[in-house]
Unconditional design. Structure first.
Length: 159
């Protein structure tokens, strides 16, 4: 009876937890959208970085005097700033994704632990049923042995 009651309580808890899984899916979709936007921004910054590197290379090829080198130095400075922004964006993206995923991972772990507990309860219920069946079988065997013993005693008394 206690096992059945616990099983009922756990099944009610499963029904109660089901809507939370939908929220988790929505949050995962929002996280995926945010991640996609950050990846697009990173791609755009890398393309801009590539274009600046190409311009620097072209200016260096044409450069023969100090006048051109001043423009090249400015481009190199802009390139350095852009590389810093790319690195910043990349680390921010990783941190943002990690922060958004932590609660979802925790919810998934809770859900898995709950399901594992349900499996353990189910296994215990089966074990109790098996022990009960085994006890019934032993009881039947003892009854048969008593009957056989009584018949043997009755047979000995008649002789």
């Amino acid at each position: 009876d206690r096992v059945a009651l616990q099983t009922e309580k756990l099944q009610e808890a499963v029904l109660f937890k089901a809507p939370q899984e939908d929220k988790s899916t929505e949050a995962e979709a929002a996280t995926a959208d945010a991640l996609q936007k950050l990846e697009e921004e990173l791609k755009s910054l890398r393309e801009e970085e590539g274009a600046l590197k190409d311009r620097i290379a072209a200016l260096e090829e044409r450069s023969n005097g100090g006048e051109q080198e001043g423009g090249s130095a400015e481009l190199e400075q802009r390139l350095g700033a852009l590389e810093g922004r790319v690195g910043e964006t990349s680390s921010l993206r990783e941190e943002e994704v990690e922060n958004k995923l932590k609660p979802h991972i925790a919810k998934m772990e809770d859900n898995l632990n709950f399901r594992l507990d349900m499996l353990k309860v189910d296994e215990l219920r089966h074990a109790v049923e098996a022990l009960s069946t085994l006890g019934n079988l032993h009881s039947q065997q003892i009854t048969k042995l008593k009957e056989a013993l009584m018949q043997a005693i009755d047979g000995d008394e008649k002789e």
